[in-house]
Design a protein around this ligand. Structure first.
Ligand code: HEM
Length: 437
């Protein structure tokens, strides 16, 4: 398989990192470059300026002057994601393929047509989605929670005697990988290796291509092992599903599940912990207010969703959207983060972009919408991993506090994925639980 590094899921890797330093809001009425520090430092400010300058559908420019539309209106995004016929997630329709060089930096993110849940459209996508959806649906939540507790405890054991940790590298990133590795059917001993491979993939650095090959190899071995000896895992359930799939399709779907789930869930954990550690309204979660953990996690899905921008959808024919003329084959980037802050649905949003009062309201678009959205059982799995992990961490280290001033906390330099690069904390050292498993 020669797929580019992160094209297994369409979720972008941590790179490429747009960063020309130009403020998109200052780009007049011409196409807005989708780059600049504002996207990761103050995205609400950038989107507000875009909205007043361009409206709900913004002409943007990707590296190499490649044009696209960024949909930032909640209603328009709802319209696009609800109409899978007019706006399929079908990269094969793209009218820019003739202008895209082999080394185009966003190619790993945009992907190419291939027989997986993430890169098929229409009936073919529904065939994959039915199989993957059922295999995820049958995940036993009680067992999943128990696995999360055990793996979270094990990670905390690794640093609890130090009195200091980086909650991103030591906890938020490895936890979803280890849980998902177990969920799809890897033996526990393979967990750290899978974590390492996915780490290289997410970096998007020089090791990414090699990591991608190893990732595919691991999945092929897993498929063979589960075929020979089925177990209670996602791979075995996919194999048992009534339907004809090739080995390549199984492997690509397994890669998509893992790649789509690990960094997004890690960022959900990291962004929620940051909110609890820095915002008084959510700090009560640190001192045992468990209801606040759920509230902080929901707030993050509105304000700091892991997937801020997603490529995307492609227009099947000429049409109009938000007052714009869209041509057949145009790319639409889903501005999930921006749409969540659309003033048409968000009278409560404070001018600073601070806590929004969206408690209990889950109509956010963090998981997207429509037939290509994040599968509902996957959303539940993400919620269980993130919530259980955070609860275990807070139970074990109840006096957790930031080890650096808030302005020193750095976000990933990406307009696409919102997450922290590090979250240094300190706490009174405690003994490991000594769970030998
Ligand atoms: C906070 C965590 C997560 C977020 C924010 C998230 C977000 C998303 C988004 C935005 C999409 C694309 C939807 C679209 O194109 O409209 C997606 C697709 C997908 N996600 Fe998630 N996801 C998360 C966790 C997970 C987990 C844990 C899994 C696996 C267990 C997963 C599996 C998938 C799959 C398989 C797809 C492709 C669905 C399809 O094409 O039908 N995701 N996710």
């Amino acid at each position: 398989m020669t797929t580019p590094a992160s094209a297994v899921s369409g979720h972008p890797t941590a790179s490429p990192q747009p960063g020309t330093g130009r403020c998109p809001a200052g780009a007049g009425r011409s196409a807005v470059p989708l780059s600049g520090p504002g996207f990761h430092t103050e995205p609400h400010v950038v989107y507000r300026a875009m909205r007043s300058e361009h409206g709900p559908v913004v002409p943007v420019e990707l590296p190499g002057e490649v044009p696209a539309w960024l949909v930032i209106g909640y209603r328009e995004l709802h319209q696009v994601t609800s109409d899978g016929e007019l706006f399929p997630r079908d990269v094969g329709l793209w009218n820019q393929w003739g202008n895209i060089p082999e080394d185009w930096p966003l190619l790993p993110m945009v992907g190419r047509p291939m027989p997986s849940i993430y890169f098929t459209a229409g009936a073919e996508h529904r065939r994959h989605a039915a199989m993957v959806g059922q295999a995820l649906e049958e995940v036993e939540h009680f067992e999943l929670r128990r696995d999360c507790e055990e793996l979270a405890d094990r990670l905390v054991d690794g640093f609890c005697e130090r009195g200091a940790a980086d909650l991103i590298a030591d906890f938020a990133v490895p936890l979803p990988v280890l849980v998902l590795a177990r969920l799809v059917g890897f033996p526990d001993a393979d967990g750290p290796r899978i974590a390492e491979v996915l780490g290289h993939l997410a970096d998007g650095g020089p090791g990414a291509q090699e990591a991608h090959l190893r990732f595919g190899e691991s999945m092929r071995r897993l498929l063979a092992a589960r075929r020979a000896s089925p177990g209670n895992d996602v791979t075995s359930r996919m194999l048992a599903y009534a339907g004809e799939f090739t080995d390549e399709e199984y492997v690509l779907d397994l890669m998509a599940i893992t790649a789509a789930g690990h960094l997004t869930t890690a960022d959900w954990i990291g962004n929620s912990l940051r909110l609890m550690l820095t915002d008084d309204q959510f700090a009560v979660a640190l001192t045992g207010g468990r209801h606040s953990v759920a509230e902080a996690m929901n707030e993050v899905l509105w304000e700091e969703g892991p997937t801020q921008i997603l490529a995307g959808r492609w227009a099947a024919r000429d049409t109009r959207l938000g007052g714009r003329g869209i041509r057949a084959g145009d790319m639409l980037l889903l501005g999930l983060g921006a749409a969540n802050a659309d003033p048409h649905i968000r009278q409560h949003l404070s001018a600073s972009g601070g806590p929004s009062g969206q408690r209990g309201n889950s109509a956010h678009l963090a998981f997207s919408h429509g037939e290509y959205r994040c599968p509902f059982p996957a959303q539940e799995i993400a919620e269980i991993i993130a919530r259980t992990g955070i609860e275990v961490l807070l139970d074990r280290l109840p006096d957790l506090e930031l080890a650096v001033p808030v302005p020193e906390l750095v976000r990933r330099q990406s307009a696409f994925l919102r997450g922290m690069t590090a979250l240094p904390v300190r706490f009174a050292p405690v003994r490991p639980t000594g769970d030998p498993s």
